[in-house]
Design a protein around this ligand. Structure first.
Ligand code: CUA
Length: 332
């Protein structure tokens, strides 16, 4: 097992790849990785000095032989000793501070680089709303990015302080109410990278997950075009003969539309936009795999699936849940 695997956080219920900063996949993640190595280097050097000094003192002043050990010399007002142990650590701190401050500013320039894709992330208790103003796309908990193109994350909060962290793409950044924080990075390798809210934000903080899909530009463009279009023909279905149609009618006439947006059907934004719900791999803040069984369990009792969930239990019958699941899973 290498150091990276040893120190990495567990993945989503054992899923690979794990959340690790030791396998950087963007320029920003490279800088963070380099900072880690520099700090660990300084720490290792200091640890070595302390251990060697301790061992020398132990050997010199131990009482293992018959002879009486010498008394250690007593220094009072030893100028050079005090200058050394004050200036030495101060220099180490400066050596760590310079690249840290540089990385901090480098990863959030005032102006986004030319051609950057803007991704607005709005953190909620306990899920992530993800919008692409340029593409007119809104989704939740899953971020698609084209490989090689700079991305500008604009991070806002709808309620309390959260922290946006996708270790493979860079360091964490707080998401603060009433303020926009940014991250600028360029993903380098296609793949799926896991993230997690990294600031305690309430009961389901641990259930506030993220997945980032870094894709070839053509794949990303196809995804974006699909997401921008409605998944269903707008309006209420005229006939109710299949579970999907029954679910659609239930959705449009039940409490669902008071919180959720669905292109062509509903416009509220309190909960995640469900337009292309079935195209996502997860639900409930990214903590559950998007399977029919999980969607049904979620509809039956959201609180049981994600403690503190803002979505109320709707008291749905098994038949209603069956139809709603069919409808939601049809929203590709
Ligand atoms: Cu959001 Cu912790």
């Amino acid at each position: 097992m290498n150091l990276g695997a040893l120190l990495s956080l567990p993945g989503l219920r054992g899923e690979r790849p794990p959340m690790t900063t030791f396998a950087p996949q963007s320029d920003y993640a490279d800088w963070i990785h380099s900072l880690y190595l520099q700090v660990i280097g300084w720490d290792g050097l200091i640890l070595l000095i302390v251990i060697v000094a301790t061992l020398l003192a132990l050997l010199r002043y131990s009482t293992r032989s018959e002879r009486v050990p010498p008394e250690p010399p007593v220094h009072r007002d030893h100028l050079w000793l005090e200058v050394t142990w004050t200036v030495g650590p101060a220099l180490v701190l400066v050596a760590i501070a310079i690249p840290t401050i540089r990385t901090t500013f480098r990863s959030q320039p005032e102006v986004a680089p030319e051609g950057a894709l803007v991704v607005e992330v709005l953190a909620h208790q306990w899920w992530w709303e993800v919008s692409y103003p340029e593409l007119k796309v809104t989704t939740a908990n899953e971020i698609h990015l084209p490989v090689g193109r700079p991305v500008r994350f604009a991070l806002r909060s709808a309620d309390v302080i959260h922290s946006f962290w996708v270790p493979a793409l860079g360091g964490k950044r707080d998401v603060i109410p009433g303020h926009v924080n940014t991250i600028t990075a360029t993903p380098r390798t296609p793949g799926v990278y896991l993230g997690q809210c990294a600031e305690f934000c309430g009961l389901s903080h641990a259930n506030m997950r993220l997945r980032v899909f870094v894709e070839p530009p053509a794949t990303f463009a196809a995804w974006a075009a699909h997401q921008a279009a409605p998944a269903v023909v707008p309006g209420r279905p005229a006939s109710v003969t299949t579970p999907v149609e029954a679910g659609a009618q239930l959705f449009a006439t039940n409490l669902c539309v008071t919180c959720h947006a669905l292109n062509g059907v509903a416009t509220q934004r309190a909960g995640p936009d469900l337009t292309h719900f079935a195209s996502r791999t997860t639900l409930a803040g990214g903590v559950l795999e998007n399977t029919s069984a999980n969607v049904a369990a979620w509809l039956r009792d959201p609180e049981a699936m994600k403690p503190g969930a803002q979505m109320p239990g709707l008291g749905l019958t098994d038949g209603e849940i069956h139809n709603l699941v069919a409808y939601l899973e049809s929203l590709q």
